[in-house]
Design a protein around this ligand. Sequence first.
Ligand SMILES: CC(C)(COP(=O)(O)OP(=O)(O)OC[C@H]1O[C@@H](n2cnc3c(N)ncnc32)[C@H](O)[C@@H]1OP(=O)(O)O)[C@@H](O)C(=O)NCCC(=O)NCCS
Length: 143
Amino acid sequence: MFLRLFQPQDFHSVIKLESQIFHEHDPHLYMEMYEKVPGGFFVAVDAGEVIGYTVGFVSVPGKSRIFTIGVKETYRGRGVGTQLINRICDVLREKGARVASLEVRMSNIPAQHFYLRRGFIPAWVERGYYIDGEDALIMKKDL
Ligand SMILES: CC(C)(COP(=O)(O)OP(=O)(O)OC[C@H]1O[C@@H](n2cnc3c(N)ncnc32)[C@H](O)[C@@H]1OP(=O)(O)O)[C@@H](O)C(=O)NCCC(=O)NCCS
């Protein structure tokens, strides 16, 4: 398994994986992300298959946002997510960010646990953030 920058030919693999992982599926966002933040979009590849991805960007000087992270279900618990989040945090720090923030569904306890163990701290709750009305927990990490 290795990480590399997203390339346009990964588009279909990423949106297929994303549609398996998340309910709110918007394929267009991914090409938009690639166009806007080509250096902040990584994929994890194993045996020629995209098995994970992450996207992050500097939102305002000094601050960054991890837009998404996902790992194929059968590959979870093997350290792929840790490598992805470490890589995106390194890149955001290199781009001058001092803080990274992300949002996670209040019901997504496994992901909250994952972020907590990697240094993210709960910051505040964004009421009704998701399209189905669920609240988001905003978590932050000093880079
Ligand atoms: C959150 C996510 C990216 C983590 O990726 P991952 O490759 O499983 O991450 P890792 O293997 O590096 O670490 C997972 C942690 O869960 C544990 N784990 C064990 N088996 C696991 C399994 N089958 N699935 C998930 N986690 C497992 C790992 O031991 C590790 O524990 P730790 O935090 O105490 O070290 C991944 O679970 C995922 O894609 N979830 C669905 C999408 C999602 O919720 N994304 C975040 C939205 S904000």
